[in-house]
Structure formats: C-alpha cells, structure tokens
Design a protein around this ligand. Structure first.
Ligand code: SAM
Length: 312
C-alpha cells in the first residue's frame, strides 16, 4: 500500500489518502521519514506542506501536526469532565500518545493504561511526534503492547474496574475490526460498571454514516445513555469525526457544565475544545440524527442501501 500511496503529480511527490475509492486527500510531500510494514499494518511517516509531520497507517491518515489536537481533545475531555472523579482510565489503541497526553491533563487521573497492538506506532510517536507523545513516560501511564480485545476480556474476567475507556483505534479494518463489535463493547461495559464512561472514535459521518450508525446502535443496545457528538478533524474523511459517549448511569451531554472549575482550569491548555463547545457539540445535524433514529439491529448493509444514507 505505501508504494501506491506515493505518486508524482506535476513534478512533485504526493501522498494519496483514499477517503473513499473515488475521493483522495492529496498531501504534497517534502520529506519521507519511514515506510515499512509491521505484522499489523503499513506505516508511512512523512512531512507535508500545510500539515507538518504525518503518520498514515494502512495508507490512511492517523495523525498530523496540524489537526491532531482537535481529535485527541474531543475523544478525551467530554467523558473525563462528565465523570465525577475519573481516577483510572483505559485507552485502547492510541499508540502515538496523543490521547494519553490529553487524559493526563486531568489531575484526578491516578492511572492511565494504554494498550496498542503495535509497538512500532509507539516508537514512531516518540521519534517523529514528540509533542504528541509527550506523556508516554508520565509516572501515571502504563503502556502495554497488546491486543485491546484480549486485554478487556482478561481484565473484565478478573473483575477490574475503569472509570473511563477511550477507544483510539484505527477504523474497523484489519486488527481493529474486533474493537467495533458487541462482544468488545460488552467487556468494556463490565469494566465500567454503573458510572463508567466508554467513548470509541466512531468514524466519518460524511462518508461512512453506516459505520457511525452501527456503533451508535450497538452501544445503545448495551448502555442506558448513548450520546453522539461530532468534531472537526481536517485530515479525516469529510473533515468531521464522530464520537459516541456511552454509560449506564451518566448522560455525558447533560453533564457538560461550562462553569465547572475543572473545565475552567483545563481550558487554557486546550487548542480546540472549551466548556461552551462541549455543551453544544452533542446537537447533531439532521442527516446524522435521522441515521441514528433508525431502528437498531439493521445489518450495516441495509443501512448503506438506505435512501436516507445514500443521499449523503
Ligand atoms: N486517530 C486515529 C483514527 O481515528 O483512526 C487512530 C490513531 S491510533 C495511532 C490507532 C491505533 O490503533 C494504532 O496505533 C493501531 O496499532 C491500534 N490498534 C488497531 N487495532 C488494535 C487492537 N486490536 N488492539 C489495540 N490497538 C489496536
């Protein structure tokens, strides 16, 4: 994949990220750092005009200097702020370290476990994204190289508990497929108990609305409170990304309070989110609302054939 991703156009080296089979984000490459395969994915690291350093996994943009903060902040802070006392946090995926950096901005967090299947992504994060990977050596961090499904299965069976679980995985392809299943989410629910909060990155509402709706419907079957929100991630398909906050006992949207001392302390450190924004971000565009309001249990294929979805 990496070789086909790099092409010369108009005399310049470009990197083509397939948002769909027909639409690509085209980077103008100024320097190639590494191109290699791991047992789990292809890894491309390069410098691009307008974007800074770029990490692509499986030929798909995962991290860019330009917009990584928007993604990592939105995945992390709504849940951490909604939880009354998030002491113990689990990140599945997140090898670049950006989500770990955001989690550890919260002084209430006493321990954050990060489980990524590919140790090479952690190495690349340290080497090429120092500002993203800045918290990897924090004494509160425990970094594990392993499969997220196996981890939650083993620790749910052992009776472990987490206050917040963030799924910062690649999209539902290759090694990450299992991280979008009911089985995986049910193990997370066991780990979270009554007031724990789960937030998986939930894909592109613009081009993969069936995947977004699939995550929402699956979580809605398991958790009493399931709330979706969107945020800008310029380099991801369509430039807007979905996140789903699920909990038995906490409505993450209703819990957002711009006047809380916690968000007021945090805000100056953030580049993208703020208290008012977190309160408003759960209001969804109609095309997304329509997709989420459909009856659950439709196989994804019927969703993708649906006239409501086909139109977007
Ligand atoms: N922000 C990106 C996105 O939304 O696509 C995700 C970035 S993060 C680098 C994705 C990570 O998920 C990768 O490092 C990959 O190795 C990891 N991953 C994929 N499948 C996994 C699994 N089954 N268990 C743990 N980590 C996994």
């Amino acid at each position: 994949m990496p070789k086909e991703s790099f092409v010369e156009i108009n005399g310049k080296l470009r990197y083509l990220d397939p948002w769909t089979e027909s639409t690509h984000l085209t980077f103008t490459v100024t320097k190639v750092y590494e191109i290699f395969e791991t047992p789990f994915q292809t890894v491309d690291v390069f410098e691009a005009e307008d974007w800074g350093t770029v990490l692509a996994l499986g030929g798909v943009t995962n991290v860019t200097d330009r917009d990584e903060s928007g993604y990592h902040e939105m995945l992390s802070h709504p849940a951490l702020l909604a939880h009354p006392n998030p002491k113990k946090v689990l990140i599945i995926g997140g090898g670049d370290g950006g989500t770990l950096r955001e989690v550890l901005r919260h002084p209430e967090v006493e321990k954050c476990v990060m489980v990524d299947i590919d140790g090479e992504v952690i190495r690349v994060g340290r080497e090429y994204f120092p500002q993203v990977a800045s918290a990897l050596d924090d004494p509160r961090a425990e970094v594990i190289v392993g499969d997220g499904l196996a981890y939650v299965e083993e620790h749910a069976a052992a009776g472990d508990q987490f206050d917040v679980i963030l799924i910062d995985s690649t999209d539902p392809v290759d090694a990450a497929v299992e991280l979008f299943t009911e089985r995986f989410y049910r193990h997370c629910a066991t780990l979270l108990g009554q007031n724990g909060i789960l937030v998986p990155q939930s894909d592109s509402p613009t081009f993969y609305l069936d995947r977004v709706a699939g995550v929402y419907h699956t979580l809605s079957e398991i958790f009493a409170n399931t709330r979706m929100y969107l945020g800008q991630v310029t380099a991801y398909p369509g430039g807007v990304w979905a996140y789903t906050a699920a909990s038995q006992g906490i409505d993450v949207a209703a819990a957002q309070d711009p006047s809380s001392p916690r968000i007021q302390r945090l805000e100056p450190e953030l580049r993208y989110g703020n208290g008012e924004f977190y309160r408003g971000v759960f209001a969804l565009p109609t095309y997304v609302r329509r997709a989420l309001d459909r009856q659950p249990a439709h196989p994804l294929t019927s969703l993708s054939e649906d006239p409501v979805l086909k139109g977007f």
